[in-house]
Design a protein around this ligand. Sequence first.
Ligand SMILES: [Zn+2]
Length: 125
Amino acid sequence: MDVEKKRQREQETVAKIIEIYCHDHHGKRSGLCPKCEELAHYAEARIAACPRMEVKSFCSVCPIHCYAPARRQEIQTIMRYGGPRMLLHHPLMTLHHMMLSWQMRLERFAFFRHSRQSDRSVKVK
Ligand SMILES: [Zn+2]
C-alpha cells in the first residue's frame, strides 16, 4: 500500500473511532462535540505530519509517540473504547487495522530477537 493511502486510511479510522466514542459519551447524534472535534483535528494533524508513515502501521503501535502526553491519554481512552466497537460498525476497516498492527508487532519482535543475536549464522532455525 502506498504511504499516502495508508496515511489517509489511518486518519479515517481514527476519525471513525472518535465519532463512536463521542456519540456514546457526549450524546451527539451526528458530528462531534467541540472537544472531540478538536481532538480529531489534532490526531489528523499528527498523522499528516508523521515521518514514519512508511515503516509504521498505526500510531497505537508506533514506538515514537508524537502525541503530547495529555492528548495521548485522551486518544488512548477513546481507542480502548472505540476500537472493539469499530468491529461492529466497520468490520473490514477494523480487520485491516488489526492485521497491520499484528504485523507491526511481529516485525518488532523479530527485530529485537535479531539484534540480540551476535552471530546469526550460528543459529539458523
Ligand atoms: Zn465528544
